[in-house]
Write a protein that binds this ligand. Structure first.
Ligand code: GLY
Ligand code: MN
Ligand code: MN
Length: 436
């Protein structure tokens, strides 16, 4: 569990980057109503990273002076009736003590207090563009504050998107965060293993999903990091297939792309395996090629290289392999240059992962791909997809979709695969499936 020192350190880092005489505002996510009940609540990661607070709708305000910062929190007023329905909220004293807050206010006081808080500040930092109704409220507060111009009041003359600062902070993971990411990865790996062991021809895709989700929950991961993809046969050629309604046919592969969220940190794993436990020669050839591309890309995930180095080596490995198998024809460099390989490998090699499954942090700094450094966590997930509709392809290849995805921590030496707990070598997979 992240402790309060983690959040205090994050606030300190944020405050160092705020100009003197400025104001910063952070907003937690709203509650979205479904019908009579709400959609599952998920806090805003930037808000959480800085405050450690998960209370819905809370708003944090930081007033940076020349040397000090005042921390105000606006939170929804406690309501006995609501608490009967939804459980107790944290009290003001609990929040103030736990989070080093200087002043607490009720949320309904925000519109009245904000114009004054904005007055005579030089810069305003807030998550511009994140919540449309909040942008509108900021405009209204600025307008209110401007009405006092003839009393000598000024409003911030510069507005910064605070997300750009916090996202760069979130990009490099601390040892505490890595430890939680490792637990998230372990839980998802164990769930993948159990799902693989339970697979039988004739089951529905959603039955495998239920085994994955149930296993994560049993291990303490109450929420998934994203909707699980369980795609058998040709369904695997749809990248974000999420119906999970098909029947598992013997002779087909099944691709499972699923990960959990543990203590706000995501895992993201894909494994592909034969429903009846044995790869056909064509499935094996494609699988081995994807695995070779993934291992090549992982070997590039080290300090000094870039995300693009991982992408480039995967593209080259896949293109060469597809030429060897007769699925692509031509010169390798031309097929890469013209992006012909995209007929079969049409997504990118991976993404940063952290509190968000597709985590924050720039991929390029100005024109240049960002250089990898220890503490970056990224997925490596090449795939090859040969759909039933593919043109100019021998029938024997059709309906094969393979992706292999791991979460990789860049370290001083090279990297650590956080999701190594779930096997991906053909012999290992066949052996697990034969035991069942
Ligand atoms: N599961 C989403 C992704 O792999 O990016
Ligand atoms: Mn991914
Ligand atoms: Mn994935």
């Amino acid at each position: 569990m992240l402790n309060k020192e983690f959040f205090a350190k994050n606030r300190e880092q944020l405050f160092l980057q705020l100009a003197p005489n400025s104001i910063a505002v952070l907003v937690n996510a709203p509650i979205y109503l479904r019908t009579c009940a709400n959609y599952p609540y998920r806090h805003n990661n930037d808000f959480y990273y800085i405050t450690g607070i998960t209370e819905p709708n809370a708003i944090a305000v930081f007033l940076k002076g020349e040397h000090n910062v005042e921390y105000l929190l606006f939170q929804p007023q406690r309501d006995e009736k609501q608490e009967q329905f939804e459980g107790l909220c944290a009290t003001e004293n609990e929040l103030m003590e736990k989070h080093a807050i200087h002043q607490m206010y009720w949320l309904h006081e925000l519109d009245q207090r904000m114009p004054e808080l904005l007055s005579n500040k030089e810069q305003l930092y807030y998550p511009y563009g994140r919540y449309a109704d909040f942008d509108l409220r900021v405009q209204q507060w600025m307008h209110q504050a401007r009405l006092e111009a003839r009393q000598g009041v000024s409003v911030p003359h510069e507005i910064f998107n605070i997300e750009t600062i916090i996202h760069e902070m979130r990009f490099i993971k601390t040892p505490e965060e890595i430890s939680i990411l490792q637990t998230s990865a372990n839980i998802a790996a164990q769930a993948h293993l159990q799902t693989m062991q339970a697979c039988r021809p004739g089951m529905h895709e959603y039955e495998l999903e239920s085994i994955f989700v149930g296993s994560c929950m049993k291990q303490g991961a109450r929420y998934m990091a994203y909707e699980s993809i369980v795609a058998s046969g040709n369904n695997a050629c749809t990248l974000h297939y999420m119906q999970n309604s098909g029947v598992l046919h013997t002779g087909d592969l099944v691709l499972i792309d699923a990960g959990c969220e543990y203590q706000s940190y995501a895992s993201d794993i894909t494994r592909t395996f034969p429903i009846n436990g044995r790869f056909t020669p064509e499935q094996k050839a494609i699988y081995e090629l994807v695995l070779a591309a993934q291992l090549a890309a992982i070997s590039k995930a080290k300090p000094g290289n870039t995300w693009y180095d991982c992408q480039a080596v995967a593209v080259r490995t896949i293109t060469e392999g597809l030429v060897d198998l007769g699925l692509l024809k031509g010169h390798i460099d031309d097929l890469i240059e013209n992006e012909t390989y995209k007929q079969f490998y049409y997504h990118k090699i991976g993404h940063w992962i952290g509190m968000d499954v597709h985590d924050v942090g720039a991929y390029k700094i100005k024109e240049d791909w960002r250089v990898l450094q220890p503490g970056i966590v990224m997925t490596i997930e090449p795939g090859i997809y040969i759909s039933r509709e593919a043109e100019n392809v021998d029938e024997k290849w059709k309906g094969i979709g393979v992706r292999i995805e791991d979460d990789v921590l860049v370290t001083q030496a090279e990297n650590t695969i956080l999701t190594a707990g779930v096997p991906k070598q053909i012999e290992e997979i066949e052996s697990i499936l034969s035991i069942g």
